[in-house]
Ligand binder design. Structure first.
Ligand code: 4NP
Length: 158
């Protein structure tokens, strides 16, 4: 199973989601490949925002080594699932998609918690560290449920 998280700058929400899911899958001894990327060039090559790193570190998750990269159409070939944070990423991904099959892999991450609602993960970048704490909690709740859902799926693939 290969899972990709997508946000705008790939320095806050998606690297947090990547770190949280990798940490939880490792604890559950579930093997999967996790990555994240973004749509804006501003931060390509940068490590995650220090506030995102701090909040993750408080939860024993080290995301410091991630470097921001852009979403590319080959991601549709490599990944089984692509989770976006908000409608701008959903539309960005859909503009890159080559087929309906590509878009079958794509969903809003909070649809894991609230199916079909297309609820967005607000961008914490413009706010204080408390906003990053709230983002962490939202992403963690989604990843907890995702791990539960993936456990039988990945066992079946083995
Ligand atoms: P992210 O947050 O998409 O969660 O990584 C942002 C980071 C940087 C910018 C926008 C959103 N920016 O405009 O530079």
């Amino acid at each position: 199973m290969k899972i990709l998280f997508v946000c705008t700058g790939n320095i806050c929400r998606s690297p947090m989601a990547e770190g949280i899911l990798r940490h939880k899958l490792h604890a559950a001894r579930i093997e999967a490949e996790i990555d994240s990327c973004g749509f804006e060039t501003f931060h390509v090559g940068d490590h995650p925002d220090s506030r995102a790193q701090t909040v993750c570190k408080k939860n024993n998750i080290d995301i410091s080594s991630h470097t921001s990269r852009l979403f590319r159409k080959q991601d549709f070939d490599h990944f089984d699932r692509i989770y976006v944070m908000d409608s701008s990423h959903y539309h960005g991904v859909s503009r890159t998609a080559r087929s309906a099959g590509d878009m079958k892999k794509v969903d809003y991450i909070l649809n894991i918690l609230y199916p079909g609602s297309n609820t967005e993960v607000d961008d914490p970048w413009y706010h204080d560290v408390q906003a990053f704490e709230r983002t962490y909690k939202q992403l963690e709740a989604a990843c907890d449920l995702l791990v539960k859902e993936l456990r039988p799926v990945i066992k079946e693939q083995k």
